[in-house]
Design a protein around this ligand. Structure first.
Ligand SMILES: NC(=O)c1ccc[n+]([C@@H]2O[C@H](COP(=O)([O-])OP(=O)(O)OC[C@H]3O[C@@H](n4cnc5c(N)ncnc54)[C@H](O)[C@@H]3O)[C@@H](O)[C@H]2O)c1
Length: 337
């Protein structure tokens, strides 16, 4: 029995978390969920977006399945996602984008894994006003050799162990010569220890265009925090949108699995949220916990439903169904195997 902290989060979080738990249970995965809370709704109810009990539960159990958390735009509390990644040194944000049957048919053979540095860059929250009238703001980006080495090593190790061909490091070292220049320099050094993996680097603006023109030329991508955030959403778009891409936040001491998407306030409470993204994150969690067979069975069931029962899927991927009709269909598929 695995103990996993469950944080449903804001907006569509409760709906998709319930669907994912239902599917894992139908697959016979034994998880003892430790319920915890965080996010905007928690903030309004308790006065803090990240209660101490939630931090303690993560410290104790070290594996988390987390729904999306709303972050106020422009003002208000700092992102709890960013805070959790920094507090538990979840330095490696792994975001696969793989074509699935019958969805996002513009590109057919996308199979990317993006490694995003998760604790530094412009996301450290060191911003300030330069003048009292608030007409001039500054933000500081941090890149260290140590953190760069860790994320590039993680990407190259992944390429080597998963028999992937190529790692592309993405940067903007022509302009941001110190910060992303350091990332590139360290990346090239680390890559010398992996002669079996093809290594290339590309400037981020060119990368964005290349991903749209011909995504199947890429395999493993590694980049800094902000570029990784943007390019991973782009990668999601290549395979059918934010409803179908999961992610893992890994550190040496803890792991947090979450969808790439946010709390989707525009569809929250309507039963229209696609649970596949959180489910794929949960499958990454099952792999992490050694439950490879269960992960494989659930993935096949999802592919089966996408292929044969598209009408039961959610509207974002062209279905006419709901969160619940999709979850029920996957469960039936699992039971009927
Ligand atoms: N990891 C996280 O917790 C995380 C990530 C991104 C954004 N956010 C937060 O989420 C809030 C909303 O952000 P946003 O609107 O920019 O992005 P979003 O990802 O919530 O939504 C973008 C679009 O994608 C759709 N969408 C997202 N997930 C979907 C799903 N599972 N099924 C179907 N459609 C889906 C939404 O309906 C919306 O049209 C913000 O407060 C933001 O800070 C949190």
């Amino acid at each position: 029995m695995h103990k996993v902290v469950s944080i449903p989060g804001d907006g569509i979080g409760t709906e998709i978390t319930a669907a994912v738990k239902q599917i894992l249970e139908a697959a016979g995965v034994r998880i003892d969920w430790v319920d915890a809370e965080a996010g905007e709704e928690t903030y309004h109810r308790t006065g803090t977006p990240l209660p101490e009990e939630t931090v303690k539960a993560i410290e104790e159990h070290r594996v988390v399945l987390k729904g999306p958390l709303t972050t106020p735009v422009g003002a208000g509390f700092r992102s709890i996602n960013v805070a959790l990644r920094q507090q538990f040194d979840l330095y490696s944000n792994i975001r696969p984008a793989k074509s699935v049957p019958n969805v996002g048919l513009r590109y057919k053979e996308v199979d990317l894994v993006l490694f995003r540095e998760n604790t530094q860059g412009l996301y450290i929250g060191r911003e300030h006003w330069v003048d009292e009238a608030h007409t001039h703001a500054e933000s500081i980006a941090v890149v260290t050799e140590e953190a760069s080495r860790k994320i590039v090593t993680a990407a190259l190790e992944h390429a080597r162990t998963r028999k992937r061909k190529k790692v592309t490091l993405v940067h903007k070292a022509n302009i941001l010569k110190l910060t992303t220049g350091l990332f590139l320099k360290v990346g090239r050094e680390v890559a010398e220890g992996y002669p079996d993996v093809e290594f290339q680097d590309l400037i981020v603006d060119n990368m964005a265009m290349q991903m749209v023109l011909n995504p199947s030329q890429f395999d493993v991508i590694v980049t800094t925090n902000l570029f990784g955030d943007i390019l991973s959403d782009l990668a999601s778009g290549l395979v059918g949108g934010l409803g179908v891409t999961g992610s893992a936040n890994l550190g040496d001491e803890a792991a947090m699995f979450e969808a790439v998407h946010g709390s989707a306030p525009d569809i929250a409470g309507k039963g229209l949220a696609n649970p596949v993204a959180l489910l794929f994150s949960a499958l990454m969690m099952l792999e992490y916990l050694g439950e490879h067979h269960a992960a494989m069975r659930i993935r096949s069931a999802v592919y089966g439903v996408l292929q044969d029962e598209k009408e039961l899927c959610t509207p974002d991927i062209g279905g006419q169904g709901t969160t619940q009709s999709f979850a029920d269909a996957v469960c039936e598929f699992l039971v009927g195997e």
